[in-house]
Design a binder for this molecule. Sequence first.
Ligand SMILES: [Mg+2]
Length: 303
Amino acid sequence: MISLKSARGRKALSSLVGHRLLLTFDFDGTLAAIAPHPDAVSFDPNIEHLLTRLDEYASIAIVTGRSREDLLRFFHSPPRTIIGNHGAEGTSEHAALQHARATCTAWRLSLDSLLETESPDGRAWLEDKTYSLTIHCRVPILLRRIQSLLEQPLPLPQIRVVSGKASINLLPAGMPTKADAVRSLLRRLRCDRVLYVGDDVTDEDVFSIGDTRIIGVHVGKNSTSKADFFLSSQKEVPWLLKKLFTLLVSRKSSLTKRLLRGERQQISLPSSRGSKATRTRASSKKKSRQSGIRRTRPVGARR
Ligand SMILES: [Mg+2]
């Protein structure tokens, strides 16, 4: 895993310029620092401002574990593309979402009962995001015990159990993952390069795609991640956004300069040598003078 701030990392960023680019970000731990409670997360308005500026040069998408509705409350001017529930919301058909909702409802009853037994003091609690569920717990030993219980065979609809940071995610089986979401966005937005930035276990689905068009960046150094590059911490994400902005703006201004230079050359050509039509008329007059033929003006023509 290589630092994105290294020469190779910077070169990889520069290689994105000039392509139809999709910039994709996870939210918690990536665009916003992790907080003890999902509701306590604070989102820096400067990051929203940078995303808005980048939107002029690339397609911007957020692919989050939160529900879309929950994420929207952090933005004054949200990006055009938001994929919620770890890839499922914003990519799935209505029937698939209804199936996911029914699966979560069935699991919720069992989980309420499990958490009441294992954590009567509320240190572990359940977040229902309609199309997926998350158990939050900041006591590692208790979280591990709950995860081991969830991995036992249970007479419930199939679900995928994925560890998170101080959390366990329960994702209805068969629903699109973050990797499916990125593949779908590549087609839908007609992009040919992707920068994907995330810090979650579910982001590894994207880092593992193995498509040369996708550059993966893990927030935080993690030797087990399949991402190509890493940023040391969430605090370095603004550096990345500014760097992308500088690269994309300088590309646009260099294109504008080339375009203007081309226009100037086109404009200056007639004044120095004359246009083809002007040269043809001049040559015809010269020939007429030499041959003694005088062109007569048609009757009634105005001078
Ligand atoms: Mg995250």
